[in-house]
Design a protein around this ligand. Sequence first.
Ligand code: SF4
Ligand code: SF4
Ligand code: SF4
Length: 312
Amino acid sequence: MPAKIAEEWLNACSGCEIAIVDMGERLLDIVSKVEFVHIPVLLDHKYYGQLGDGKHINIPEADVGIISGGIRNEEHLEVAHEMRSKCKVLIALGTCATHGGIPALANSYQTGEILGRYYSTEATDPPAHWPNEGIPPILDACYALDEKIKIDIYLPGCPPHPDHVYSALAALLEGRGPELPGKSVCDTCPTIRQGKGQLKTLRRFLQAPHYGAPDEPLDKMRCLLEQGLLCMGPVTRAGCGGDKITPRCISARVPCRGCSGPVKHDGNQLLDMLNALASNQIDINSLPEHSSLLRFSGSHQLLRPKQRERKA
Ligand code: SF4
Ligand code: SF4
Ligand code: SF4
């Protein structure tokens, strides 16, 4: 009997669903062994019954549940609880689901500040009222899934590499647990490292790195962090290159922005990066203009509104 799979997207951009499709022909292998009982990105589903007369969200039971995106409003929260109650194994797919991701950068601000920014700034003509009818109430912060429900398997990445999505689903179908790389992006990076302490300040993020000809192999280019570009490789989980291994951004000679989250799930990528900079004797006072680039890493660890109130 095929395994039943339910997939949901909450506070998500659909990039993680594209990663599922990007498995390519391997998707046919998976699809022949599973039955998608719920996947709103592909199949319409009436959460409250065909006539809309149900009182609660209803999702079919499944052997494996996959959720992309974090939890930002009460509808997300209700769907997340329903998925948890109906799925035997629940996978958090992508960094929004595992750590909050880009949307959780909003946790730097109070909800009122965010709504004001969107609906009442000089760029809004005419200034609008904050919407409050027919839409789910917003929560006080953007939450990673495991801040609200129990998660069994984490597949970080923005989006996760299709190789890892395939490996995880194939492992589950064989009754095994998927394995995530336990290394950092630096551990899989071929660039040249000459040693610490030669750099004191960071350069602007958008400045081009130094390298020879465009077709020069990566193992001839000096480490981007040692070139003064804020590269989060030391504190970010490896694996974004999939089975080909070389980190994706580094392949394009762009610094890592930390999208796969910390090397250990509960690590603090932001603090670890500050430590890495300090241990490289880089002046962290040169950091502020780069701090917004710590977008993936900082999101899960940004202070929640209640914590900020306590702090104040
Ligand atoms: S992890 Fe990235 S690709 Fe996936 S939903 Fe979030 S922003 Fe989109
Ligand atoms: S800091 Fe960046 S460029 Fe340097 S080794 Fe690590 S991943 Fe590669
Ligand atoms: S190099 Fe870093 S930011 Fe780029 S895809 Fe890999 S983990 Fe994400």
